[in-house]
Design a binder for this molecule. Structure first.
Ligand code: COA
Length: 251
């Protein structure tokens, strides 16, 4: 149990389950317990016919600073990784309801790659997407190495995932990662409104349309596991450990 993930069923958004990152003092960095809570919510949403759309939201000015680097460091120092991250990624990729996300501000690491799995993403004009995997001596995750080049072409995917270039909200929209760029105050309203519209549609037809558009996901599931193997090996590398320690010691 963690209150760093809030599961909401807003009264003004019938049929919508909101998974909200709620650890603003740590820029919504995601811990193992938070991954587990999100996995549980995704699975509960899948099993609940009254949930017709799933929404990811963060805090004002911050979607997420990515994986908690303390967890990475603990693993690099010899701790166990656990299944929480990989289980979450599989639950995300396999989720059967439309996924809508709203992003305002920081979106780093999984805070960026999560949107590759979403069907509609609304980002505020001040959002920056960034995946500093290689700078941390890590590799892309969440099947981003498959989904991003498919979506935006090799060069932009390489710039994002390997070169660690930041993408503004506008650049992300041009690249196809974002559906609409809106004012910060409109992110939550527009995200929920889009989810409500989807939730009101005939669910079976929408589910079939979604699967036809996304594909069966077998390649995505395989890539999640393939990336995770490299990721775990790199986490143990001296270069990654040095990068995490540098972050911890930066002040
Ligand atoms: N893991 C753990 N803690 C994190 C974190 C992360 N990924 N990102 C931020 N935090 C914590 C900071 O340690 C700090 O905690 P403290 O107040 O106890 O010292 C708090 O969140 C605020 O972060 P801070 O760095 O002071 O805010 P900032 O506005 O100066 O910078 C970031 C924000 C996100 C740019 C910066 O924190 C950062 O680069 N974080 C790491 C991002 C990252 O590499 N993620 C992994 C991607 S794979």
């Amino acid at each position: 149990m963690t209150d760093h993930i809030l599961i909401e069923h807003p009264e003004n958004a019938p049929g919508v389950q909101v998974i909200r990152l709620n650890r603003p003092d740590k820029k919504n960095a995601i811990t193992r317990a938070m991954y587990q809570a999100m996995t549980d919510a995704l699975k509960a949403g899948d099993a609940d016919d009254s949930v017709r759309a799933t929404v990811f939201l963060g805090s004002e000015g911050c979607f997420s600073a990515g994986n908690d680097l303390n967890d990475f460091l603990a693993f690099a120092m010899g701790g166990t990784m656990g299944r929480e991250v990989v289980d979450f990624l599989h639950a995300l990729a396999a989720h059967g309801k439309p996924l809508v996300s709203g992003v305002d501000g920081l979106a780093i690491g999984i805070g960026t790659t999560i949107h590759l799995h979403c069907d509609l993403t609304y980002a505020s004009i001040r959002t920056e997407f960034r995946t500093p995997f290689v700078d941390l001596a890590l590799v892309p995750e969440a099947a981003s190495s498959l989904l991003a080049p498919r979506l935006m072409g090799h060069q932009r995917a390489f710039a994002l995932l390997a070169a660690g270039e930041g993408f503004s909200a506008t650049a992300a929209r041009e690249a196809g990662l974002v559906y609409a760029v809106v004012e910060p105050a409109a992110v939550e309203r527009d995200t929920l409104a889009a989810a409500v519209r989807l939730a009101a549609k005939p669910p079976r037809a929408l589910a079939i349309a979604r699967t036809l558009i996304r594909g069966d996901g077998a390649d995505v599931a395989r890539r999640i596991d393939e990336e995770a193997e490299h990721f775990a090996a790199q986490l143990k590398s001296p270069e990654a450990r040095a990068a995490f320690e540098a972050f911890m010691a930066r002040r």
